[in-house]
Write a protein that binds this ligand. Structure first.
Ligand code: NAP
Length: 281
């Protein structure tokens, strides 16, 4: 019998993917019980993980408030939600625009009497060495404004409603922030780590109020964000829908975080031996 090396490689890759990236299939009954008729706010809803999340939430009959810049996409998703019997509203804006963000916060406070889940998911990544960003202070402002500041502002604005419903706030972070800082990712990691720290603090402070703050440290997900980098396109990773299922799986619990199983083990070891890891970098 002849062995086809191409097929063997494909099968080996798929096996590695399944082991490193096991699927989470949130139970449909639990999903409906948690989300039907609830109000859910999603940032970064227009594409990638956010869009997949919205589709799952529509299937669970959640009412939605969607946020991103692409108005046509948000309109289409709202139409899809209404067709499925959900209430749906949207706001199209650049979350880095502080005046527009203030107006959105005011709109959310005045128009949403109830919020059960806030998915802080919009994000931007930049890979650039610091020396190449000497005249690009905007790299640092933009990542900080979107990945950190906008979500802090939205969380503060929705605090009364989330407190009332003893709701969930879920921040989409990155598993890479659990390891020693890698070259090229200063802007992205600094902004994500700032948000990690803020949400971790909020979790401790708001436990008494019944609000559940959660952080999902996602690994590689094949969306527009990751796949602009050719080096990532062929690496094993989650699809947007699989990542959305991990976020939803976490939101059905009151655990603090989701991390891939291998990060529980390898991140503490990498930090312990960080001088050696940095030599590899
Ligand atoms: N992909 C990965 O490998 C990976 C891994 C770990 C964590 N994450 C995190 O997962 C989250 C979602 O990422 P993704 O992979 O789904 O990326 P994506 O496909 O690029 O989607 C990003 C989302 O954020 C919105 N957004 C971007 N800039 C915005 C702005 N200035 N104002 C308002 N909305 C904005 C985009 O909508 P518009 O363009 O319409 O505004 C889009 O809906 C991010 O927080 C990211 O850091 C991703």
């Amino acid at each position: 019998m002849r062995i086809n090396p191409y097929l063997c490689t494909v099968k080996a890759n798929e096996l590695v993917r399944r082991i490193l990236y096991p699927r989470a299939n949130p139970d449909e009954n639990r999903m409906s019980k948690a989300f039907a008729n609830s109000w859910v706010v999603v940032t970064g809803a227009s594409r990638g993980i956010g869009e997949a999340l919205v589709r799952r939430l529509i299937a669970s009959h959640a009412n939605l408030f969607l946020i991103a810049r692409d108005e046509a996409k948000l309109q289409a998703l709202c139409a899809e939600a209404r067709e499925a019997g959900c209430e749906a509203r949207y706001c199209a804006l650049d979350l880095r625009n502080r005046e527009r963000l203030d107006l959105l916060c005011q709109q959310l406070r005045e128009t949403l009497s109830r919020v059960d889940y806030l998915f802080c998911n919009a994000g931007k990544s930049i890979h650039r060495d610091i020396l190449d960003a000497q005249d690009r202070m905007h790299d640092f402002d933009r990542t900080m404004d979107l990945n950190y500041r906008a979500h802090v502002a939205l969380t503060l604005a929705l605090l009364p409603q989330l407190s009332e419903s003893r709701g969930h706030i879920l921040y989409t972070s990155s598993v890479s922030t659990l390891y020693p800082p890698a070259p090229g990712w200063s802007a992205y990691h600094a902004s994500k780590c700032a948000a990690n720290t803020w949400y971790e603090t909020a979790r401790t402070e708001w436990k008494r109020r019944g609000i559940c703050v959660q952080v999902a440290y996602l690994p590689l997900v094949h969306t527009g964000m990751a796949d602009v980098n050719p080096a990532y396109r062929n690496l094993p990773g989650y699809s947007a829908d699989e990542a959305a299922c991990q976020l939803l799986g976490l939101s059905l619990t009151r655990r603090f975080s989701y991390k891939p199983w291998w990060a529980h083990l390898s991140a503490p070891v990498a930090n312990l031996f960080s001088p050696i890891v940095k030599l590899f970098y």
